[in-house]
Design a protein around this ligand. Structure first.
Ligand code: PAF
Length: 284
């Protein structure tokens, strides 16, 4: 596996792939890779002639400086894992390589058709602008045929799909296919996340209750309304000492508007486990 740190080198490698008519797969990541990322990478390597994985902790998507500083980083272990999975290129630029000083201050504004005004977008103002800023830049640089994203960040996946399939930018991405990959859970049910590295052993045991309640809610949904299930889930998670729900909303899986029924609905939750903010979701 080759590690690339400059845009110029990346552009030249991509150009060679294009000239050879090789299909390109991209997995954008912020590093601190775990088994969840590995499952995306395996799909990417299997389905494409050439696979790229970006490892870049994107400063413009953090609305909280402390969160950016504390975000786990493990570039050497990441490179080892990616090489063992058969990845061709790891793109690991510095923030200065990725953005000019002006871009870093991020005046970038994208039209999300309201998808960013709820849940994560409401709680983390500017977050999705930063995500789309970096993801669109990666798409322009790598020109992938397929790009892989985890369903754990469900709202992020919806927004990226919107950008590629329905926004005014869509023609600039050619036939790019956005592939959503199922949440990867530990044996205990906890959704894998790079942020889990910040949980103590006790906090990890506590955090398991988030998915436990979400799974139970599928049974509740058979006999209760959407509003009732929202209340039941929030109450059940909040009753676990050490957990505090920021929001739990059952929304339409495409528009992210409040769901009236469980058809095509997904329940999205954000929970503080001690100081660590965890997200998870469940499809009904
Ligand atoms: O999901 C993530 O890890 C990030 O938001 C992404 C898509 C790599 C953009 O920085």
């Amino acid at each position: 596996m080759q590690i690339i740190s400059t845009k110029q080198e990346l552009l030249s490698v991509v150009e060679t792939c294009k000239q050879r008519h090789q299909s390109i797969g991209l997995v954008p990541t912020m590093g601190a890779l775990h088994k969840g990322h590995a499952s995306l990478v395996r799909r990417c390597v299997r389905a494409n002639d050439i696979s790229f994985v970006s490892v870049f902790v994107n400063p413009t998507q953090f609305n909280n400086k402390e969160d950016l500083v504390k975000y786990p980083r493990n570039p050497q272990a990441d490179a080892q894992l990616l090489a063992s999975l058969g990845v061709d290129y790891m793109f690991a630029p510095t923030p200065e390589e990725m953005y000019s000083a002006q871009e870093m201050a991020s005046t970038f504004a994208f039209d999300f058709a309201g998808l960013d005004r709820v849940m994560e977008g409401k709680m983390r103002p500017g977050h999705f602008n930063g995500v789309v800023q970096v993801v669109s830049r990666l798409f322009y640089l790598v020109r992938p045929d397929r790009a892989y994203f985890g369903e754990k960040d469900f709202q992020q996946l919806c927004i990226i799909r919107h950008m590629v399939e329905r926004s005014s930018l869509k023609d600039t991405f050619g036939n790019l296919q956005i592939i959503g990959c199922p949440i990867y859970r530990g044996k205990d049910g906890l959704a894998l996340s790079s942020r889990n590295a910040r949980l103590s052993k006790e906090e990890k045991e506590t955090a398991v209750n988030i998915s436990r309640v979400l799974f139970m809610s599928k049974a509740w949904a058979k006999a209760h309304s959407v509003k009732e299930v929202e209340k039941m889930v929030t109450k059940a998670i909040n009753s676990v000492p050490g957990l505090e729900v920021e929001y739990y909303q059952i929304v339409d899986a495409t528009t992210l508007r409040p769901a009236k029924t469980f058809r095509h609905a997904v329940g999205c939750v954000t929970v503080y486990c001690g100081p660590v903010r965890l997200i998870d979701n469940i499809k009904y």
